[in-house]
Every structure is written in structure tokens, then in C-alpha cells.
Write a protein that binds this ligand. Structure first.
Ligand code: GDP
Length: 423
């Protein structure tokens, strides 16, 4: 069974906890895109973990974790993340973690370039996480990237670095910066690359063999459909493909087809960073929702923008992901509301619009809000659909119908067991 678990919205839907839950039935968990620019939060019996780069299966024994070629990896960050997990008793070995030799290294100068550009833009900034993600993907496509596999050939590494740094310095001088030193970059690669050498592998061969042996493979996305570089709210997207269709490519097995796509969809909306976010709520309403849902960025701690569930955006997300089933997360967060706000459509230039628009039209969209009856009860202890109040069930059925995809799981708390199976 090959399954992708992906975000339907802007990210932060709670993918990490769903992957942690579902991973019990899988032998291999793969990350296939992105870097340490977002974080999954997983809470289980071993504690609370924030994972930026490592696949969520790292918290389970007997699961092999793959970091695919579609990823960009900040070596220093990865070493720190591994150290933090080890200090909490999590074992990480070359048998349980495989890093693609084709994944790209996110260098210190990518981080620096990201910051320089955001500062140059000032008020016009993208709201980048400043982790170097856009510059490193840019360099990948300029064919000026360093790959994890390059660390395995130390005899040619210094030359590769010198050539790239010479080119990068043209950009840095444009920003009025001092020249980067190739020696310092090689030293950094050595310091943080060496501990990772045993984990570098050909993930294509590994995954093909796993598939042949009938192993269950789960692909874990970072961010959501609306952040996809091609289909999201460009340019306020991330710089990689967040869609399920890319999972086999970014993990290392482009020729295989997924059996199942599970979309993770939050019971309300949240968005971190700049860009159009039509369903956004403001003032007291926003503060209450942000507090109830603890909506602060896992990677950066930034307060997230929040809003009611957004039907046009979620219909678009479900369609792009090709979701077969959905997990609705954080339903418990809405318990405090007398009436639940739902953005049912957009109004663009005075015309009601049911579809999710892209481009400038989206910037002019205003939300059309309707309100559903709140459930006003603590539902965090519910484990079966029958235990949910009628109003909560109605809300679930309403969303299911609106987005045209069955909701199979509903989560009602951050813990591993805080969920209900609807079917
Ligand atoms: P991801 O990047 O999609 O994994 O999402 P995040 O880790 O940013 O967001 C999920 C956050 O919500 C984490 O702090 C989780 O512990 C928490 N969370 C996940 N599911 C639930 C839920 O059903 N209820 C509540 N109250 N919190 C949840």
C-alpha cells in the first residue's frame, strides 16, 4: 500500500499527528519536499516533539524513515534535530533513517540570502521563514546546488564549493555584503556533514525494493495544497511541490502510482506569513480562535492568521490533492463558539464566486460568511461518532458535503489517541 498524507489548506493542518497515528500500519515513512521551514508537532507517550526535517515515523521503532531527493536539507539544523531526539531517548540509526544522495543541501548562504532579500523588500516582504528555502530551490534549478551525495566525494567537494561560491558572491556583492569564503563553507560541510554520512543512501533502490517486498509506504507532505509552487497562491507559496502527485517523484520512485491519498483538513483556517487569506478574521474573534487553537508557528513561533473554515479554498485543495478520504483536525478547538463561522463563497468585484480564483482576482476576494450552530461542549473525550453532540456531527457532515470527500477521521485533541474513526 502506497499512501500519501497531504495538507488540504495552507499547512499546519495537523499532518504530523495524523502521520504519527497512521504510521503504526506502515513500514516506511518518506518526506518528499521542503526543508526545515515548517514543523510537525507530534505529542505521544514519549513527549512532545517538533520535527522540521525528520519524517514523523522517526518516533516509532521498526519504521524506516526516508528523506527524499525533493527535500532541501540544512545539515546544521538536521544535526540539531537528531541530537534533540536522541536526548529524549529516540534511537536514530542508518537502518531507521535514509537520506537521499540526490537531496539538496541548504547552505548558510541560502539562509543569509533569504534574510537579505526579505529585508530589502521591507514592507513588501513575502513573510518567508528565513530558513533559505527559496534561495536553495532557486539554486537547485540554476544547477548550482550541492547534493548530499557530494559529501561522499570529499576529493572534489572543495572545487564544487569554490565554483558555486564564486557565482554566489556576485549576488552577495549586489546586496552590499562581504564576500563569502569558500573555505568556511567547506568547513561547515565537514562539521555538519560528517555525522550524516552513514545515513546517505540511494532512496530509489531502497524504496523499489521495499515496494517489491510488499511493504507499506507512507509519504508525508509538508505545508498544504495552497502553498504548492505551481497551483498555490503564487508567489506566496513555498518553493516546492506540496501535492500528493509529487510524492513518488520527491521520494525517489517516480514510476510508481499511489494507492491512496489522505487529505488533512483543519476544522477552521489558519495561515502563516503574507499573502491572500480571504477567510481571515480580525479583532476579538481572531484572538479567541488563535488562543483556542494555540495557533503559533511550529518553526518560528509567529502568531498565525486565523479564520473560519474556507469552503472555496478547501474544495480546491481536495481537488488538487486528489484526496480519497479526509481527516478533519482540531474540531475540539471550536467548542467555545456559540455559532461556527464558515466562509461559504467569495465576493469578487461585487459578484459571488464559488470557485477558488488564482492571481489578482484572489487579492480582491472578500469572504461570504454563514454561521452554523455551535456545539458548546467539551468533545475532547469523544472516541466514537455516537458520542459527539448532534451539532458537531452536523458540522462534520456539512463540511463533507461541501468539499465532496468523505471525512474518515476526526481529531479532538493533540494526543495520539485523541481521535474518532467516522466509518
Ligand atoms: P502540521 O505541520 O500539519 O503537522 O501541523 P502543526 O504541527 O503546525 O499543527 C498541529 C498543532 O495542533 C500541533 O500543536 C498539534 O499538537 C495540535 N493538534 C493536532 N491535532 C489536534 C487536535 O485535534 N486538537 C487540538 N486541540 N490540537 C491538535
Amino acid at each position: 500500500m502506497l499512501t500519501a498524507v497531504v495538507g488540504i489548506n495552507w499547512g499546519d493542518e495537523g499532518k504530523g499527528r495524523m502521520v504519527d497515528l497512521l504510521s503504526a500500519e506502515y513500514d516506511v515513512i518518506c518526506r518528499y519536499q521542503g526543508g526545515n521551514n515548517a514543523g510537525h508537532t507530534v505529542v505521544n507517550e514519549r513527549g512532545k516533539f517538533i520535527l522540521n526535517l525528520l519524517p514523523s515515523g522517526i518516533l516509532r521503532d521498526n519504521v524506516v524513515n526516508v528523506m527524499g531527493n525533493g527535500m532541501v536539507i540544512d545539515l546544521e539544523h538536521l544535526c540539531g534535530e537528531m541530537e534533540a531526539l536522541r536526548s529524549k531517548g529516540i534511537k536514530i540509526t542508518p537502518e531507521t533513517l535514509k537520506i537521499s544522495d540526490k537531496s539538496i543541501i541548504c547552505m548558510p548562504y541560502h539562509r543569509q540570502q533569504d534574510i537579505l532579500e526579505e529585508e530589502r523588500l521591507a514592507e513588501r516582504k513575502y513573510g518567508s521563514t528565513r530558513r533559505g528555502i527559496a534561495p536553495v530551490y532557486g539554486d537547485k534549478y540554476m544547477k548550482k546546488g550541492l547534493r548530499m551525495g557530494d559529501l561522499l566525494a570529499p576529493e572534489t567537494l572543495a572545487d564544487k564549493v569554490a565554483n558555486i561560491v564564486e557565482w554566489k558572491n556576485i549576488t552577495f556583492s549586489g546586496y552590499g555584503q562581504e564576500k563569502l569564503s569558500p573555505e568556511a563553507m567547506v568547513a561547515w560541510l565537514k562539521q555538519y556533514g560528517e555525522p550524516l554520512l552513514p545515513f546517505i543512501a540511494d532512496t530509489t533502490e531502497f524504496l523499489l525494493a521495499a515496494k517489491r517486498e510488499g511493504k507499506n509506504i507512507l509519504f508525508e507532505a509538508q505545508l498544504g495544497a495552497l502553498r504548492d509552487i505551481d497551483f498555490g497562491i503564487y508567489p506566496y507559496t513555498t518553493s516546492s511541490q506540496t501535492l500528493a502527485a509529487y510524492a513518488p517523484i520527491g521520494a525517489g520512485i517516480p514510476g510508481v502510482k499511489l494507492d491512496r491519498v489522505i487529505g488533512i483538513m483543519k476544522a477552521y483556517s489558519s495561515c502563516v506569513g503574507e499573502g491572500p487569506f480571504t477567510a481571515e478574521l480580525f479583532g476579538e474573534e481572531a484572538v479567541a480562535l488563535r488562543e483556542a487553537g494555540a495557533e503559533y508557528g511550529a518553526a518560528t513561533g509567529r502568531p498565525r492568521r486565523v479564520g473560519g473554515f474556507d469552503i472555496p479554498a478547501s474544495v480546491y485543495g481536495v481537488k488538487l490533492q486528489g484526496a480519497d478520504a479526509l481527516a478533519l483536525t482540531k474540531l475540539d478547538v471550536l467548542s467555545y463558539l456559540d455559532k461556527i463561522p464558515v466562509c461559504v463563497a467569495y465576493e469578487i468585484d461585487g459578484v459571488r464566486c464559488e470557485h477558488f480564483p488564482v492571481g489578482d482576482k484572489l487579492l480582491r476576494a472578500k469572504p461570504v460568511y454563514e454561521y452554523l450552530e455551535g456545539f458548546k461542549t467539551d468533545i475532547s473525550g469523544c472516541r466514537r461518532p455516537e458520542e459527539l453532540p448532534q451539532a458537531a456531527l452536523r458540522y462534520i457532515r456539512y463540511l463533507e458535503e461541501a468539499v465532496g470527500c468523505p471525512i474518515e477521521y476526526v481529531s479532538v485533541g493533540p494526543g495520539r489517541e485523541d481521535y474518532l474513526k467516522m466509518r
